[in-house]
Design a protein around this ligand. Structure first.
Ligand code: SF4
Ligand code: SF4
Length: 184
């Protein structure tokens, strides 16, 4: 049963309809202010919580270190496969057959060469063959949760990746957006 007691609040029905009317009439003015306030509060909250609240520098040196070495997974979605296939001028089916394998019958990952290089890593230049269209997992490196969970973990990441603490400054919001766009 619908509960209409909501209207019988402490301030009476008249007050509610007045508020509703104001919101409706001034919605174009109130909405941007509301969004601004929410963003401001979120940023304030985030700033107090994160050690990298002033941002972090990162600029890829195209050394290829994060695309080789120990065996691992580079998860890919159908949309990413389509984009990468287009970049290489082949069909999605051809791309899947050549570069993708299915892990435990479920998720799809890029294949590797026997030496651990990602199948899309250019052997000579050490650059990615689909750099502009690389999967989100690669795109969000090095701002993964495990890399930025503490100054120590960032330091450890910087020892591995020469692009850390170099180049462009990423704001807290940009880092959080990247961190939250992947889940391992
Ligand atoms: S290890 Fe760092 S600098 Fe090297 S390719 Fe990967 S992201 Fe770029
Ligand atoms: S897709 Fe490109 S960026 Fe990602 S691991 Fe492979 S070579 Fe590296």
């Amino acid at each position: 049963m619908l509960d209409n007691r909501k209207s019988d609040n402490l301030y009476g029905k008249g007050c509610l309809s007045y508020v509703n009317q104001c919101l409706y009439e001034n919605s174009t003015e109130i909405f941007p202010i509301f969004i601004f306030t929410v963003k401001f509060l979120i940023t304030k909250f985030m700033s107090s919580e994160f050690w990298y609240k002033e941002g972090l520098h990162f600029g890829c040196k195209i050394c290829g270190r994060c695309c080789c070495g120990e065996s691992g997974y580079v998860w890919v979605t159908t949309e990413e496969i389509n984009r990468m296939a287009k970049k290489l001028g082949i069909s999605a089916i051809q791309f899947e057959q050549a570069f993708v394998w299915t892990v435990r019958g479920r998720k799809r990952s890029l294949k590797e060469f026997p030496n651990g290089d990602c199948v899309l890593l250019n052997e000579k230049s050490r650059g990615c063959k689909v750099y502009e269209d690389r999967p989100v997992q690669c795109r969000t490196w090095p701002f993964w949760q495990q890399n930025i969970s503490s100054p120590k973990s960032w330091e450890r990441t910087a020892k591995f990746c020469p692009g850390c603490n170099q180049g462009k400054m990423y704001s807290l919001e940009e880092i959080e957006e990247q961190k939250n766009s992947i889940s391992f």
